[in-house]
Design a protein around this ligand. Structure first.
Ligand code: NI
Ligand code: MN
Length: 228
């Protein structure tokens, strides 16, 4: 058993667990580096980390076309229902987990903000731990570095996905410190190179990971996949 992950660019990922397709933060049609368009994707579940445009932009069109279940913080889940007619939602909050047919999803702390595009209150920003196929994947999503990442790592993370873009989230150096706290088997960067203000040298970051941690860096291009 395994999880097949594809980076679609920015904070957007697909996960295939058996026959189940799970999306995270689909932001494609207005994303200059996206490897596909929203219309290309199938989904059974869509995880949403917070309310910012670059994370929610394509959620409703995909959910309404595919009947996928949107998993988000309570306020954001309600917003998709009330404002976008999304039928199937799971509203949750920080520290909570939910057992879904493909595995367990735990909503973790993120230090960030979460206003929705129309100005609505978007609840608290979050990350996710996805436990499926006897694997654990931690998506820090948009966040600053925080020392409780060490606790998240204590459950044994196979792959950590960390932002390295700087400016809106932690940058490369803090993502190395985060890796030292989490101690994942492998670590992949995200939320960078979408626009000039978050341009980063991922290979230089990967060299820091090799030099300063025990984790294996996995640098993908948009559209590339990794099996964990
Ligand atoms: Ni954000
Ligand atoms: Mn973002």
């Amino acid at each position: 058993m395994s999880i097949e992950l594809t980076w679609l660019g920015h904070g957007s990922w697909t996960m295939k667990v058996g026959e189940t397709n799970v999306l995270l933060d689909p932001f494609l049609d207005d994303n200059p580096v996206a490897s596909c368009q929203a219309a290309d994707l199938v989904a059974d579940f869509i995880l949403v980390s917070h309310g910012h445009f670059d994370h929610v932009a394509d959620v409703a069109p995909i959910a309404n076309r595919t009947s996928a279940t949107v998993v988000a913080n309570f306020e954001t889940a309600e917003w998709f229902k009330a404002k976008h007619g999304v039928q199937n939602t799971v509203g949750m909050n920080l520290g909570g987990g939910v057992n879904l047919p493909f595995g367990r999803v735990i909503m973790t702390t993120a230090h960030h903000s979460s206003q929705l595009p129309d100005g609505s209150y978007g609840g608290n920003p979050a990350g996710f731990v996805v436990e499926a196929a006897e694997r654990k994947v931690y998506f820090a999503c948009d966040t600053a570095l925080f020392s409780d990442m060490r606790l998240i790592g204590e459950s044994g993370i196979d792959l950590a996905v960390l932002p390295i873009g700087d400016l809106f989230t932690m940058g490369p150096a803090d993502a190395v410190l985060a890796t030292q706290l989490i101690k994942p088997k492998r670590v992949a960067p995200a939320h960078y190179n979408t626009w000039p203000p978050i341009q980063q040298d991922a290979e230089a970051w990967a060299n820091m990971i090799r030099a300063e941690t025990e984790s294996e860096p996995i640098v993908l291009q948009p559209g590339e996949r990794i099996v964990v």
